[in-house]
Design a protein around this ligand. Structure first.
Ligand code: ZN
Length: 449
């Protein structure tokens, strides 16, 4: 069953102001123009959507402070109000339950990050270009959307910008057309994508194919891997990301086929606190290249999110540990399989670290304030390790591979994983998982029997 056929889950408890569960969007077509100097973004967003079980007299989109030109619903001008990041639209005629409809929003303005407890989210102007890092609620900083992770849609994104700049958006580059001094880049992301996972990078970048130097280590199905980065960083990049093809190979072996058509890595011409994942793309900062693979665990972490988070997506934000726990564990698996410390050693280190910290984090519902807390990542990794120890090697890896296959391009919650894992053992996992997921105190370090 496709996620589109499931009943719409309610509004996210961590971000009740975001999203509208009364309808679903299945496709976004954005045709935008961006001028880096004045930081000016404008154009049209066309959404194809379906009303839920109730007729819609009005509905809402999330969009930050832009000037709205006009809004059409099914081609007819609609009434709207635009206040505090919420665009409330009243179509000329109410939409019937289950009816397909289109919304067209013409808008223009100076995009800026959405303020949050984690700093600015979304569209960010760089010294020379721009990037978009939206997790969790930054998407409305640059386009009108139904901003909730469960509402996944396909995207076609067209961006016109001065020709010296390269535009990177997740997905397949359909066309690149230069007219006068501007170039239009059109990308298609056919796979269902959450609004927070749509990214844009604009900069003066070199394009590099990432190929596998080691003969005999060929991915089962070659995933095209491309990098975009400032030219001077080329030598460091070649070394630091040199093992990414082997990583891709390992993760396909452990987690199943790479879920998208291609994988891109952007190294923005700026330092970034943390790298971040988007659909088919990961973005790093200049500080993540040091020429000695000092950030290689993050290369693994971001790649793993393509399976955990991007393909298998959380229904709402309280399940964030499903993304970060598996991505953290993927770091440990990469280390273990590439001649570094074993996952068990990493688990012991993480356990010792957590033992010395306050134990008031409930992994399966950490609350908005703690959803990106360091402890969530470490405890998430440990919980996956606890499953590995409880299930045993064979059953654990079969469980993980089946998980990404069954929920490929879908939406999940913690209860789904608990039920799923239970099918791979005769042991009862309830007490073990209850302690890791729902209680504060740190359970003992899991060890393989
Ligand atoms: Zn992560």
């Amino acid at each position: 069953m496709s996620p589109k056929q499931l009943p719409a889950p309610g509004v996210d408890t961590y971000f009740p102001g975001h999203g509208d569960a009364r309808y679903r969007v299945h496709r976004y077509e954005l045709a935008l123009d961006y001028r880096p100097g004045p930081n000016r973004l404008g154009g049209t967003a066309r959404l194809s959507a379906v009303a839920g079980a109730e007729p819609l007299r009005e509905f809402a989109l999330d969009l930050a402070d832009f000037r709205i030109g006009r809004i059409l619903v099914d081609g007819r001008a609609a009434h709207y109000t635009h206040r505090a990041g919420k665009l409330r639209i009243r179509p000329a005629k109410a939409l019937a339950a289950g009816a397909a409809f289109t919304v067209e929003v013409h808008y223009t303005g100076n995009p800026k990050p959405v303020r949050s407890q984690w700093g600015g989210l979304g569209w960010e102007e760089l010294t020379d270009g721009a990037l978009v890092a939206s997790q969790p609620v930054g998407a409305p900083s640059w386009y009108p959307c139904n901003d909730r992770p469960a509402d996944k849609a396909s995207y076609q994104i067209s961006i016109t910008t001065p020709s010296p700049y390269t535009v990177i958006v997740g997905g397949r580059l359909l066309t690149r057309t230069t007219r006068a001094s501007s170039t239009t880049w059109v990308y298609e992301q056919a796979a269902p994508t959450s609004s927070y996972l749509v990214t844009v990078s604009i900069g003066q970048y070199e394009t590099l194919r990432v190929t596998d130097p080691a003969a005999g280590v060929e991915p089962l199905r070659r995933v095209p891997q491309t990098a975009y980065l400032p030219t001077p960083l080329m030598p460091r990049f070649t070394h630091d990301f040199g093992r990414q093809p082997q990583m891709m190979h390992l993760f396909e072996e452990l987690f199943g086929p790479y879920p998208f058509g291609e994988y891109a890595v952007v190294v923005a011409d700026e330092e970034l606190d943390v790298p971040f994942e988007a659909q088919g793309v990961s973005t790093f900062g200049t500080n993540h290249l040091d020429g000695i693979r000092g950030s290689e665990r993050l290369v693994a972490h971001e790649l793993a999110h393509q399976w955990f988070g991007n393909s298998v997506t959380i229904a709402d934000w309280r399940h964030i540990w499903l993304n970060e726990g598996f991505a953290k564990y993927a770091e440990w698996l990469w280390a273990e399989r590439s001649g570094g410390r074993t996952a068990a050693q990493h688990a012991a280190t993480a356990h010792a670290k957590l033992a010395a910290l306050p134990q008031d984090l409930r992994l399966a519902d950490p609350g908005r304030k703690l959803m990106f807390d360091d402890r969530l990542y470490e405890r998430g990794g440990l919980t996956v390790h606890a499953l590995r120890c409880a299930l045993g090697e064979q059953a654990f890896f079969r469980m993980v591979k089946d998980w990404t296959a069954i929920h490929r391009h879908g939406v999940v919650g913690t209860a789904d994983l608990v039920a799923h894992a239970g099918r791979y053992t005769d042991r009862r996992l309830d007490a073990l998982l209850d302690a890791w997921l729902w209680r504060g105190p740190l359970p003992p370090l899991p060890v393989a029997p």
